[in-house]
Ligand binder design. Structure first.
Ligand SMILES: NC(=O)c1ccc[n+]([C@@H]2O[C@H](COP(=O)([O-])OP(=O)(O)OC[C@H]3O[C@@H](n4cnc5c(N)ncnc54)[C@H](OP(=O)(O)O)[C@@H]3O)[C@@H](O)[C@H]2O)c1
Length: 280
């Protein structure tokens, strides 16, 4: 990426700037069905709103339907139509609810094009919670939500995505996945494993489905003020340009790569750098 992506677009002015997307990329999102988890708040809310603006069919998920309705209300306040939006509220950590949510999505669309695995929980109300003092229950909740549920949802809906012959999956990672910040060990571990989950899905699918245009990537977003992170002053709309660029990428795009929301790629260990322009 020669220049960092502009991230501070005013969402009310979406028709003017289209979050920095060139017309062809914006048009590619039209009528595509994309499922966003954690769509009632923060990064997920902003991604869902921007997708609806681009004319995608958006499935919004989270546990609290009132939050998902807030997202719809907010998009309407920006002059974005919500007739292409469907709410599927469920708890990702519940196997049965996840399977039922996937069934609902299969009824909504003949094949799912995009999945934004964005939902997660922070650690213990974001207060310091050292590994040596943690309980089994908190460990289990964090790992279940931030890792196990992401795998189970993705693997359950995958056949319905593969059907469409082109699919885009984003996992919302975190620099915590490479950090060892004291007091945040459980969250760090969950995000570290999520990085691997994302890239492992990418390489396995690439090997098993040569006839399908598969792009599974991780965004390492950086901080923004959301329910999870009250300390930042950045808007969660900062995620939108990068998320839309990945979701709208034509065939032969990145797969198994890691990007910051400003467009930079991360390369480490076996993760390959993405040497082409993401904005093609
Ligand atoms: N904000 C940051 O500074 C930052 C930095 C790095 C990475 N991230 C990552 O960005 C992603 C979005 O986070 P955010 O900052 O936007 O936080 P957020 O506002 O707290 O959003 C998290 C979302 O996850 C949903 N969720 C949590 N548990 C769930 C469950 N069991 N089932 C279904 N949905 C569930 C929540 O909805 P319900 O409560 O309605 O279920 C909520 O909408 C996360 O993966 C986070 O780790 C954020």
């Amino acid at each position: 990426m020669s220049h960092p992506l502009q991230q501070n677009h005013d969402p009310k002015m979406w028709e003017k700037h289209r979050f920095g997307l060139p017309n062809n990329r914006w048009e590619r999102l039209k009528d595509k069905c994309v499922w966003v988890t954690g769509a009632g708040t923060g990064y997920g809310q902003c991604t869902a709103i921007a997708l609806a603006a681009a004319g995608s069919f958006v499935i919004l998920s989270g546990r609290k339907s009132e939050k998902l309705i807030e997202t719809i209300t907010l998009m309407k306040s920006y002059g974005i139509g919500s007739s292409n939006c469907e709410i599927v509220d469920f708890d990702l950590t519940d196997i049965k609810q996840t399977e039922n949510a996937c069934k609902s999505v299969m009824e909504i669309t003949p094949s799912l094009y995009g999945l934004v695995n964005n939902a997660a929980v922070a650690q213990h109300g974001n207060t310091l919670y050292p590994l040596q003092e943690g309980t089994y229950e908190v460990w289990d909740k964090i790992l279940k939500t931030n890792l196990t549920a992401q795998w189970y949802l993705t693997k359950t809906i995958l056949p319905h995505m593969i059907k469409g012959k082109e699919l885009r999956i984003i996992f919302m990672g975190s620099e915590a996945g490479w950090a060892f910040t004291p007091g945040f060990g459980m969250y760090n571990v969950s995000k570290c494993a999520l990085n691997n989950l994302s890239a492992s899905f990418a390489s396995e699918l690439d090997a098993s489905h040569k006839d399908v245009d598969i792009q599974v990537n991780t965004i390492v977003p950086g901080e923004a003020k959301t329910e999870m992170n009250q300390m930042s002053t950045d808007s969660p709309f900062t995620i939108v340009p990068m998320a839309l660029l990945l979701l709208s990428h034509p065939a032969y795009g990145p797969n198994g790569c890691f990007f910051h929301r400003d467009g930079r790629y991360f390369s480490f260990a076996y993760a390959q750098p993405y040497s082409r322009e993401i904005l093609c």
